[in-house]
Every structure is written in structure tokens, then in C-alpha cells.
Ligand binder design. Structure first.
Ligand SMILES: Cc1ncc(COP(=O)(O)O)c(C=O)c1O
Length: 420
């Protein structure tokens, strides 16, 4: 039996121990954190919709009309009208034929990968994909080829080795801890050539990038060639739950094969109504997305002025790579002391040696607040002895593939992989 006390001590010694902090009030641009007022720079409430009056009201009305819980899996006690309405609206938003709701983004990814790839098949997964995709790969029991982050040459090499067993390429659209965007045009081109499906997780792209916040897939203009777009309702859309936008046939298949849909209670009506209201607001007020993008530019420029290389981020998510896990925690604490809450992200969420503060901008931040935050982060770095300019940008940090399933047993010869 695992000695939990010893394991927790070990985590503390390695700087990897996690604990929850108490936030009072909603996820606004400013919160009270463990009793201290701070600027919130690590929430995924990107558009400020989680606490928008219309979203709150819609959720409250839905609770009165349909109740709080949905009672059972939709395959057991029937789908509710609010689920269907939201699916229709999401399909329209993403330009897909159909849509299927899931309990959360984690459940969607964990269930869909296995529904689209089985034992004798191969899944191709970017090495920086979210943990829910990694777990989906594990559950699928397919062979997993983990390609170097965003490296289409490496991906192509993997596809060429699969000899017809390739089933699925899966990637984040906007990467959750790095804020860069997957090379989607090249990925769909390879998928077409090697006859495999493509699944893109738009958890951080929906509401934040692309025309009217439709996501990275829409931005790349490849909506017709991506088989499944997954997204969460829990980030820019301010609610909870998730969706898969795809063909009607794929929806029918997932309804029969995605175990995390079949064996889990349907998402609650208030969350569905909240997401519907958020989608309405997104359509009515496209300037929210523009404000988010403008705020991201303001903060990125200010951080650059302070010497930070934000490692290829082009979006509202920016990694301040520190390297050492304990140092990242100390820097985050020093920033909180000075009034800015940016969470330290450590292994296993990110690779060894790439611990960081993950900074996430919201549309509701003020420009001056962001300028001030950049200065606070610089002072926090100085306080703990991190010199931004001296930290290797992400691309130069050796990645690890620990825990990402079983890559092919043949490694690509280095020169061929790196030739282009
Ligand atoms: C890229 C990505 N996919 C999926 C998820 C999971 O979504 P949810 O929070 O709805 O479970 C997250 C984060 O939570 C994420 O960052």
C-alpha cells in the first residue's frame, strides 16, 4: 500500500505539491484570494461571461424551468429540450452538420479518442496535448505515436510508418499551457494524404481566436476537413460541459461508442442555458473577442519589454518559463504578495525543466492593469532570482514524453526528421 504521507512529503521536497486556494466571489478580473485582493491572471473566464448578468439569469431561469440536475445519461432517461437547443446552436456556430454534448471537456476527449481508434490502430498525438487527450489515448488502447510539438515533418514520418493502421491525428487548436496554435492547414493536408481522421480540441480557441471567436479551425479555414471539433463550455463560454461538433453520422457513432457519454449523467440544464446565453452574447458583441485580443497584445508587448520571451504564444495564454518547479512556485508567491495571481504550472502538467507561470488574459482586464501586472511579474522574478532573458525559450527546452503512451518502437533518424 502506498505510504501517502511519504509521497506527499516527497512532492513537497520536489516543489510539486499542489493545494487549492480560496477565491471569494466570481471569476472577475479582480478577486480576493485567501483574503487578499489580487488581479486574477490565470482564469479561463476569458470573455468575462461566467459572471455576466444575462448568463447568470439564463442559468437561474433554467433551474426553475427544468430543475438543477438532468437525472441520468441521455441514453437512459431521454435528452432534454435544452440539450438539443444548445447542440443546434453550437453546430451553427462551428459550421458543422451536428453536435453532441458531453459532461466536460475532459470526458469528451477521454471518450472520443477511444471511439475513433481501437486496438490495432494508431493515434498520432502532439506531445503538448492536454492531459484529457493523453488519457483518451490511454483508454483507447491503440498504439500512440507522440509527435514533437507542432512538428509536421515528425508527424508525417510517423504516418508513413503506420502502413494503413493510422486512425486519428489529435491536437489542441490553441495549446493550453503555451498559447501557440497548431499548424492545422498542414495537419489536415497530411490527414487527407494518409487517410486518417483529424480531431481538434478548441478548449482555448473557442471565443478567443478566429472570425467572431469561432476558433483556430475557422481561423485556418479548414472546418470542412476536420472530422471532430471538441470544445469546452467551461472557459470562454463561461459555463460547464463540452461538445463535439462533427457530422451526423459521427454523432450517431459517438452516441453508441463514447463510453464517457453513455455511462455519465447528462450535463445540468442551468449550465446548458448559461452556455446558450453566452453564445448569444458572443454573436451580439463580437467586440469582446477583439478586446481580449487587444489585451493579449498589450500584455505580450509589456512582458517583452521586461525581457520575457513568451515562447511562441500568439494568443491570450502566455507562458513565462522559469524552468525549476520550486522557483516557479516562489515566483508565483512573490507576485501574489505584490497583488497579481498567475498560477505556477509544474510537471506533470508540463515537461520537466519547463515549469512556468501561465498567464491568461481576460477581455475584462483594463490595459493599465495589464501594464502594471507586467511590472509586478518582473519584480517577482527579480525577487526570486529569475532573469527572464536568461531563461531558454520553450522550443529550446528538451521535451519529455513521459506518460504519453507507447510511441512507435522505431525512432525516426534525426537528420530526416529535422531536414525541413
Ligand atoms: C486543451 C484542454 N482540453 C480539455 C480541457 C478539459 O475541459 P473541461 O475543463 O471542460 O473538462 C482543458 C482544461 O480544462 C483543456 O485545457
Amino acid at each position: 500500500m502506498t505510504d501517502l504521507h511519504a509521497r506527499l512529503d516527497e512532492l513537497k521536497q520536489l516543489g510539486l505539491h499542489r493545494r487549492m486556494r480560496m477565491v471569494s466571489g466570481p471569476q472577475g478580473p479582480r478577486v480576493v484570494l485567501d483574503g487578499k485582493p489580487v488581479l486574477l491572471l490565470c482564469s479561463n473566464n476569458y470573455l468575462g461571461l461566467a459572471d455576466h448578468p444575462r448568463v447568470r439569469e439564463a442559468a437561474a431561469d433554467a433551474a426553475m424551468r427544468w430543475g438543477v440536475g438532468s437525472g441520468a445519461s441521455r441514453l437512459v432517461s431521454g435528452t432534454m429540450t435544452i440539450h438539443r437547443r444548445l447542440e443546434e446552436r453550437l453546430a451553427e456556430f462551428k459550421g458543422s452538420e451536428a453536435c453532441l454534448l458531453f459532461g466536460s471537456g475532459y470526458l469528451a476527449n477521454a471518450g472520443i479518442v477511444g471511439a475513433l481508434a481501437g486496438r490495432d490502430e494508431v493515434v498520432f498525438s502532439d506531445e503538448l496535448n492536454h492531459a484529457s487527450i493523453v488519457d483518451g489515448c490511454r483508454l483507447a488502447r491503440a498504439e500512440v505515436f507522440v509527435y514533437d510539438h507542432g512538428d509536421v515533418d515528425h508527424l508525417e514520418w510517423g504516418l508513413s510508418q503506420a502502413h494503413g493502421r493510422g486512425a486519428l491525428i489529435v491536437t489542441d487548436g490553441v495549446f493550453s499551457m503555451d498559447g501557440d496554435v497548431a499548424p492545422l492547414a498542414e495537419i489536415v493536408e497530411l490527414a487527407r494524404r494518409y487517410d486518417v481522421r483529424v480531431m481538434v480540441d478548441e478548449a482555448h480557441g473557442t471565443g478567443t481566436v478566429g472570425p467572431a471567436g469561432r476558433g483556430a479551425v475557422a481561423e485556418a479555414g479548414v472546418g470542412d476537413e476536420v472530422d471532430v471539433i471538441v470544445g469546452t463550455l467551461g472557459k470562454a463560454l463561461g459555463s460547464y460541459g463540452a461538445y463535439a461538433c462533427c457530422s451526423a453520422e459521427l454523432v450517431a457513432w459517438l452516441t453508441n461508442a463514447a463510453r464517457t457519454l453513455i455511462y455519465s449523467t447528462a450535463p445540468p440544464p442551468p449550465a446548458m442555458a448559461g452556455a446558450l446565453a453566452a453564445l448569444e452574447l458572443l454573436a451580439e458583441e463580437p467586440r469582446r473577442v477583439e478586446r481580449l485580443q487587444r489585451n493579449a497584445r498589450v500584455l505580450r508587448d509589456e512582458l517583452a519589454r521586461e525581457g520575457w520571451d513568451t515562447a511562441g504564444s500568439s494568443t491570450h495564454i502566455m507562458p513565462l518559463i522559469v524552468g525549476d518547479a520550486e522557483l516557479a512556485v516562489r515566483m508565483a508567491e512573490a507576485a501574489i504578495d505584490r497583488g497579481v495571481f498567475a498560477q505556477a504550472i509544474r510537471p506533470p502538467t508540463v515537461a520537466e525543466g519547463t515549469s512556468r507561470l501561465r498567464v491568461a488574459v481576460m477581455a475584462t482586464h483594463g490595459r493599465d492593469e495589464l501594464r502594471q501586472a507586467a511590472r509586478v511579474l518582473a519584480r517577482a522574478a527579480l525577487k526570486v532570482g529569475v532573469r527572464p532573458a536568461a531563461v531558454a525559450p520553450l522550443a529550446a527546452v528538451q521535451s519529455t514524453r513521459a506518460g504519453l503512451g507507447r510511441p512507435f518502437d522505431v525512432e525516426a533518424p534525426e537528420p530526416a526528421r529535422r531536414a525541413a
